[in-house]
Ligand binder design. Sequence first.
Ligand SMILES: C[S@@+](CC[C@H](N)C(=O)[O-])C[C@H]1O[C@@H](n2cnc3c(N)ncnc32)[C@H](O)[C@@H]1O
Length: 231
Amino acid sequence: MQKATAYHDGLGDFFAERADTSPHNAYTDRPAMLRLAGDVSGARILDVGCGAGHYASELSARGAQVVGIEGSATLLRHARVRLNGHAELVLHDLEEPLAFAADASFDGAVCALVFHHIRNREQLLSELCRVLRPGGWLLMSTSHPTADWDHFGGSYFSHEWSDLVLAGGEHSIHYQRMPLETFLGELLAAGFVLEQLVEPRPTAALREFDEAAYDKLRQAPSFLAVRLRRP
Ligand SMILES: C[S@@+](CC[C@H](N)C(=O)[O-])C[C@H]1O[C@@H](n2cnc3c(N)ncnc32)[C@H](O)[C@@H]1O
């Protein structure tokens, strides 16, 4: 049996809490991706793998109309509490087509730290192209390939499915490491046009909260984030 990639039960609860304040999510990935999003007021946005709704909540506070989709019922429960009706939330396995969404029905899509969990990425990207309007944008972040290389070792070019044990050792997440050329190559092959690529550094606020994490994340990249356009 294939390992689950969506974060169920205890792992879902753990991630929901961690995403609130973790140096990686709250101070590094999210601020960088939200900067890439720019002005979203009035935009209809699909939050792909919305987790506990942290992005959906920020985007809806900035005036966007958000639909969040997520494969873990545990995380959707957290998202419902966080969003309190301010976004539409759908339980959906991202290995399946986005059958609930009409063609060209979104102005933008956010897919934060989800892509490397998905096996059928070609289908997901083709579906994102379909549901985005022409000229619509896609923001995607993923684990930085050099961070995975540093952590798991072996070849930089490895495409191995790996288990990252999270702090405390009680939980792990299952995802596919991949080199930069695979990540970008798949996005470009799907027809997206690259507009911007950043290697997010933590915001200055992290220095007050956790100086050691701030120093570490300033020096070694943990994520890649890109803004793409659907022609
Ligand atoms: C690192 S979390 C990121 C969550 C959210 N985007 C954020 O940044 O806070 C990865 C998310 O992808 C979801 N996920 C992984 N595989 C999935 C699948 N096959 N279908 C739906 N969701 C999936 C997990 O349940 C989890 O919510």
